[in-house]
Design a protein around this ligand. Structure first.
Ligand code: CMX
Length: 134
């Protein structure tokens, strides 16, 4: 397995609307999509920087993963997503190398991509996502 690039960086925020203003007015980026992912209990906003995206994450439920994260750690860097040619294969390979998985098989994430998470306790405290079309 080898990631082709960093697909996106996820940042947990309290308010999507307020945080979008920083990325648009200070960094001069354009929010090109806002999407709710019910399964993950988040609303997301996307910005393109080269071939990498910034994904702002606002929780829609205090018991969801981002709600719990903000409650515990406050706003901040939430996860890094690596683009993989085959997410299912990459997850299986990681597991075979004794990495603890959150998702044993891919599920659907933002923009219709297949996604799967590795547990931060297995990855130096950084939540990692594999994502891709296959
Ligand atoms: N980065 C690093 N560490 C994290 C973390 C994160 N984003 N989220 C939780 N943790 C740590 C906690 O600090 C905690 O560590 P300690 O035990 O040392 O205190 C540990 O993981 C367990 O955290 P918890 O608050 O008890 O929460 P849970 O175990 O219930 O869940 C996790 C943690 C990572 C399994 C869960 O957040 C998860 O399944 N995440 C994947 C899904 C997700 O994050 N979805 C939102 C993004 C969706 C998208 O991009 O489309």
């Amino acid at each position: 397995m080898k990631p082709t690039h960093i697909e996106h960086i996820g940042i947990a925020v309290k308010s999507l609307n307020e945080s979008i203003l920083f990325y648009e007015n200070v960094l001069g980026l354009k929010c090109y999509a806002v999407e709710e992912i019910k399964d993950q209990k988040v609303r997301t906003a996307f910005f393109m920087v080269g071939q990498t995206k910034i994904e702002l994450l606002e929780s829609t439920d205090p018991e969801g993963p981002v709600g719990k994260f903000i409650e515990k750690k406050g706003e901040g860097l939430h996860h890094i997503a690596f683009a993989m040619e085959n997410v299912s294969k990459a997850l299986t390979e990681a597991e075979s190398k004794n990495v603890r998985l959150i998702d044993k098989t891919p599920r659907k994430g933002a923009e219709g991509l297949n996604i799967g998470f590795l547990h931060p306790k297995s990855t130096n405290g950084v939540l990692m996502e594999f994502c891709g079309k296959d």
